[in-house]
Design a binder for this molecule. Structure first.
Ligand SMILES: Cc1cc2nc3c(=O)[nH]c(=O)nc-3n(C[C@H](O)[C@H](O)[C@H](O)COP(=O)(O)O)c2cc1C
Length: 160
């Protein structure tokens, strides 16, 4: 039995998540980053996380090339950043619109995110149209603040 694409999409829209921007620095393409909600923790010892990135996204090419990436967890007021990194701006303009610093292996880390995880790729598995990219976490940072949420095709804010 095959699930219809529209049913699959509609069902997944019921999954609420945070929003991240996954970044990398590629020697061929320079700074790359894209919005991704497909982030999950994988292992505690060693600390590992995963992101699922479309093979057609330039960021996936960059991560394969560099072997390093960062996951930046967006704050509640970073909806514009999410839209710009989801195709609303060119790669160059995406990074001009945020403040960032160079992390491990030159990977850009967004200053205003509420958390960042700097990772090195330990495994990359092809799954349909996407790559499941598993990274060992080498450095983390967190700050106070509310997260940006995504649910049923729209951004949401935490309310108590
Ligand atoms: C809220 C949101 C979540 C997204 N999550 C993912 C994701 O988990 N994986 C993915 O491959 N694309 C995801 N996208 C789409 C990419 O951000 C978009 O295709 C991006 O422009 C790809 O980067 P590129 O323009 O450098 O190719 C998401 C988009 C939005 C708005």
């Amino acid at each position: 039995m095959t699930v219809k694409a529209e049913d699959f999409k509609k069902t997944l829209q019921n999954w609420a998540s945070g929003v991240t921007v996954v970044t990398t620095a590629s020697s061929t393409h320079g700074l790359l980053g894209m919005t991704a909600t497909s982030f999950a923790s994988v292992s505690m010892e060693p600390p590992q996380v995963l992101v699922c990135i479309n093979d057609s996204a330039l960021t996936s090419t960059g991560i394969a090339e560099s072997g390093y990436f960062a996951v930046n967890v967006l704050a509640g007021d970073q909806q514009t950043t999410s839209n710009l990194f989801a195709g609303g701006a060119s790669e160059k303009d995406r990074f001009a619109s945020v403040t960032w610093h160079k992390g491990i292996n030159e990977v850009p880390v967004l200053n205003d995110s509420i958390a960042s995880l700097e990772c090195e790729v330990v495994n990359q598995v092809r799954a349909g149209t996407h790559w499941i990219i598993i990274g060992k976490v080498n450095r983390v940072t967190c700050r106070e603040g509310e997260p940006l949420l995504y649910f049923r095709t729209g951004y949401r804010q935490l309310t108590e």
